[in-house]
Design a protein around this ligand. Structure first.
Ligand code: HEC
Ligand code: HEC
Ligand code: HEC
Length: 433
């Protein structure tokens, strides 16, 4: 009896092991596709660098590292440049960005350009282990080999810093390579930029940068429960909060579409952090601060060109319900006391200093997370060369209660030509934690 039970258990174990091995093999096989084909490059609108002197290539690498905002994740505040240690918080746990300096023991000291290209293009580390897509390689995969090599050359020129990488703090099963392999088999394919021959060189350049190295979709794309981007339009609005901020849709006219803006205003937003119809805050302020303010006029122009040709989606219809009279009265009093000084008695603002709240997109947005964040944390546009002393809005999270914030924002959302839904105390409470 015991003998047969044991034998059955043994057979079951063997089959389970074989099955697991087969699954792992399939997943690994799926993950290794396309690696052999990495040598061929698309005929490129991007100047090839093979003939450029290494000094030019170095400068270009430094520039491209700006485009990719590598430092924002790979440099700790106050820490050594590119030595890693920053935690990227995800719903699955924290993932730490590693040391990219040329240190032999703890950095990329023993890497060559092919290892580096494989990391950028295929999301694998030098020893072949799979990398987490918190490193935005699902976007950066389209970077050209020439651009990847230039970035690597730049990283090699940095001082080597000995700083061991921190271990990721992920929950089971997300902390296993098998789970990651499965995720990649389902959601990731190494890709090359496909030049659209019917579009201008400018448009193609913008598309290459925005979809690739600048990884705008990393924040602006909707994600499924496994954190993967599966939508047809990867810029149609974030679904994870990044540093507690919501990245609105770049397609929706009532969110962050710039289809109606002039090219110059788009360039200005990305360069200075403020433009006629908007300013950047929170996670987007970091993008402008660390990356887009440094881009050349041509590259910014190309981004504007591309952004303005994205499909335009119209306002989502909202059921409008006017707020109770006493909420409006209470909100109005708080506005007078805490806001009118800067934004004006009738919300008109002061041109170039305090934004007008009239028919304001940020005020009317259906997702109210950022609106609440601005009141709680304050509004700070980034310090940029074009806007060295931005006007800020002081944080008021400690002065105003959840109810105060709900009431004043409801008042603003239903005054000054704004026509948006009531904002509840519960929404404020949720956005606060
Ligand atoms: C949004 C944050 C973020 C940005 C931006 C970012 N990285 Fe990373 N990077 C990470 C994280 C997180 C990891 C760790 C992934 C892992 O260990 O699975 C990582 C890992 C890497 C690795 C693999 C290191 C190793 O030891 O295996 C390389 C190489 C790398 N990044 C290069 C870059 C470059 C170059 C840029 C800019 C062009 C960049 N990263 C931009 C977050 C980021
Ligand atoms: C780290 C996350 C993140 C990345 C990466 C990111 N964004 Fe954003 N973006 C945000 C958030 C959050 C907001 C909302 C706050 C705001 O309006 O500034 C935003 C807002 C915007 C807006 C609307 C600004 C306004 O005033 O209406 C535009 C346009 C925009 N982003 C373009 C881009 C482009 C282009 C890229 C790539 C170069 C990009 N974003 C990359 C997070 C991000
Ligand atoms: C000291 C002056 C000051 C006060 C007081 C102030 N604000 Fe602001 N507010 C600003 C500035 C400056 C900005 C632009 C910040 C930025 O660009 O990041 C701003 C931005 C905003 C925005 C975003 C507008 C947009 O177009 O992105 C809203 C909404 C807002 N304020 C509402 C309020 C409300 C409601 C109050 C009162 C509870 C208030 N503000 C109090 C100065 C102020």
């Amino acid at each position: 009896m015991i003998q047969t039970a044991r034998r059955k258990l043994f057979i079951a174990l063997i089959s389970a092991t074989l099955l697991t091995m087969a699954l792992v093999w399939v997943v690994v096989a799926l993950n290794t596709r396309d690696e052999s084909a990495i040598e061929t490059e698309p005929a490129s609108f991007i100047a090839t660098l093979s003939t450029a002197s290494s000094e030019q290539q170095l400068a270009r690498g430094a520039y491209l590292a700006r485009v990719g905002n590598c430092a924002s994740c790979h440099t700790q505040p106050g820490g050594a440049a590119y030595a890693g240690g920053v935690a990227i918080d995800t719903p699955f746990g924290a993932i730490y960005a590693g040391n990219l300096t040329p240190d032999i023991k703890t950095g990329l000291g023993t890497w060559n350009t092919s290892h580096f290209w494989r990391a950028m293009h295929n999301g694998r580390s030098k020893d072949g282990h799979l990398l987490y897509p918190a490193f935005p390689y699902p976007q950066m995969t389209i970077v050209t080999r020439a651009d990847s090599d230039a970035i690597f050359l730049y990283l090699r020129s940095l001082p080597a810093v000995e700083q061991p990488n921190k271990a990721h703090a992920l929950r089971w099963p997300y902390n296993t390579q098998a789970a990651l392999a499965l995720w990649r088999a389902m959601f990731f394919k190494p890709a090359r930029y496909q030049t659209q021959p019917d579009k201008s060189a400018l448009w193609n350049r913008g598309s290459y940068l925005i979809e690739g190295l600048a990884h705008c979709a990393a924040c602006h794309a909707p994600r499924n429960a496994l954190g993967a981007i599966t939508a047809d339009s990867p810029l149609s609005g974030g679904s994870l909060l990044v540093d507690k901020w919501f990245a609105p849709s770049l397609l929706h006219i009532d969110e962050a579409s710039v289809a109606n803006w002039s090219d110059a205003e788009v360039v200005k937003l990305l360069q200075a952090g403020v433009a006629k119809h908007g300013s950047v805050n929170g996670a987007m302020a970091k993008v402008v601060f660390g990356s887009t303010q440094y881009l050349t006029a041509e590259d910014l122009q190309s981004m504007a060109n591309y952004l303005k040709t994205l499909p335009v989606l119209n306002k989502q219809s909202v059921q409008f319900e006017p707020a109770e009279k006493d909420v409006m009265l209470r909100g109005g009093r708080i506005y007078e006391q805490h806001c009118a000084n800067c934004h004006g008695d009738t919300g008109e603002g002061v041109a170039g200093v305090y934004p007008s709240l009239h028919a304001n997109r940020a005020v009317n947005m259906q997702n109210t997370n950022n609106l609440i964040r601005i009141i709680v944390e304050g509004g700070f546009a980034p310090v940029t060369e074009k806007n060295p002393r931005p006007y800020g809005m002081p944080p008021m999270g400690h002065v105003l209660s959840d109810r105060d914030i709900a009431d004043v924002l409801t008042f603003v959302r239903q005054s000054f030509q704004n026509h948006a839904a009531i904002l509840s105390e519960l929404e404020v409470m949720q956005a606060r934690d």
